[in-house]
Ligand binder design. Sequence first.
Ligand code: ZN
Length: 103
Amino acid sequence: MRKKLAKKLKAKKEAIEIIPELLKKSKGSYKKGNKRLSKVQSKKIKYLSMKYKLKLPKDLKRQLCKNCGSILIPSVNCRVRLNKGRLISYCMECKKFTRMPLK
Ligand SMILES: [Zn+2]
């Protein structure tokens, strides 16, 4: 039983290390024009965070679309506006708004 728990913790640590790399890779592949690969990589971030119950930092969370899971790069595939103390980002992939309180 204890062995199983140690294995789980190890996998969690690996996931924490992998997430920033995945974000970089996803951005890179989007800029190269490979949108499909970029989406797979950015969706994996969400999958890992849900599987290992990781709380993603705010700045990382803002770079992912809540609706379609694609990576958001301002002025490339997303529009960012401020309104009434909220950050509103418009995803041009799925044409949905995401609102986040600023503080
Ligand atoms: Zn989207």
